[in-house]
Design a protein. Structure first.
Length: 354
């Protein structure tokens, strides 16, 4: 069963679905491009895409008929009329008001459904990763971890955060990354207390933590990991905080399984940090879904009251951030199974002194 077939098992809120976002278009057709729309009916789907991509689309797309888009709005109307459609759902999370106004202007006879029903259905489908998706995610993670191993020898006193980030990025691309999962984060010393700081020209000094949060994209799928290393010998306080975060992370991974509420998984790790007296220093959620986007459903956060699905890929990334001093975050990501989880991250987590 194709993903488009599965969409209409999940969604029945309109006669057809219009998919316009780049990521969801790629999810359903396998075609990477910055243009094109998918018009999907329960019995057939169409990809309308312009001349720039038409040759690639005809060679790539298998689950939708490929049509060269010359006059998009009339061509879509022909297909709506052909299938007798009276209503069409759109992606409420990604379509702009300007785009919605244009569709409503051209299709006055069609009821355009712009509630969250289609976006929610697609999100639910994407939450559960199939075998081919897991293979891509694992490959992305392998690329990232190989790059990290190469860069460990580069990290030393005197190199800047920016230089480390550039070297890490270079290795990820050299090992086959299609793109970076996000702008690589490399922080050192007091900068590590900023969870999403930006690499600067600050030079690494002896006895400092270096926090590295990064990932690679392979065939559209992201990896995500964080490691906190030390250059030279860490202080006793640094060791103490690192071990608290590590214990919280290991407990989170141990508790992660299909069916657990996102808020309950977050609580497992958060309780350990709070009991150690650092609750106010852990201000973000424990984790988030990863796939074709670096942040997608489901979440392991205090406000996520829904159960986590079997087959979802979720990060486990507790942290402690002491303003003006240092921060520690350790992040793996796992695929949830009925009885537990499989950790997709293989890189060592013991405190490494470079």
């Amino acid at each position: 069963m194709s993903r488009l077939d599965r969409l209409f098992e999940e969604f029945d809120g309109a006669d057809c679905a219009l998919i316009t976002s780049d990521i969801n278009r790629r999810y359903f057709t396998g075609m990477k491009s910055s243009a094109g729309v998918v018009l999907a009916f329960p019995d057939k789907a169409y990809l309308l895409i312009d001349f720039r991509y038409i040759e690639k689309a005809r060679a790539t797309v298998k689950d939708a008929e490929v049509i060269e888009a010359k006059k998009l709005y009339p061509q879509l109307m022909e297909l709506l009329t052909k299938h007798g459609a009276k209503s069409m759902a759109i992606e409420s999370e990604t379509m702009t008001v300007k785009e919605l106004n244009a569709y409503e202007h051209f299709y006055t006879s069609i009821d355009i459904i712009h509630n969250d029903s289609l976006s929610n259905a697609i999100s639910n489908l994407r939450t559960v990763k199939d075998e081919s998706e897991i293979e891509c995610i694992q490959k992305a993670q392998e690329i990232a971890e190989k790059a990290l191993e190469e860069v460990k020898g580069f990290i030393k006193v005197g190199v800047t955060e920016r230089e480390i980030a550039l070297e890490l990025n270079r290795h990820m691309f050299a090992y086959g990354a299609e793109d970076l999962s996000f702008d690589t984060i490399v922080l050192s010393g007091a900068n590590t207390s900023m969870p999403h700081g930006v690499p600067s020209d600050k030079k690494v000094e002896n006895g400092e933590f270096v926090l590295i949060d990064f990932g690679a994209v392979y065939n559209g799928y992201h990896s995500d990991m964080t490691r906190t290393l030390c250059v030279g010998e860490p202080s006793e306080e640094m060791k103490k905080v690192y071990n608290i975060v590590l214990n919280a992370q290991l407990a989170g991974i141990e508790a992660a399984k299909a069916g657990i509420l996102g808020c309950d998984l977050d609580k497992v790790s958060r309780d350990i940090i709070e009991q150690a007296g650092y609750g106010s220093c852990f201000g973000h959620s424990l984790g988030h879904g990863v796939g074709m986007e670096i942040h997608e459903k489901p979440n392991a956060s205090p406000n996520y009251k829904a159960p986590l699905n079997e087959g979802a890929v979720v990060t486990v990334e507790p942290g402690i951030y002491i303003e003006g001093k240092f921060g520690v975050r350790i992040e793996d990501f796992v695929i949830l199974t009925e009885n537990g989880c499989k950790n997709l991250t293989k890189s060592a987590k013991n405190l490494i002194s470079l």
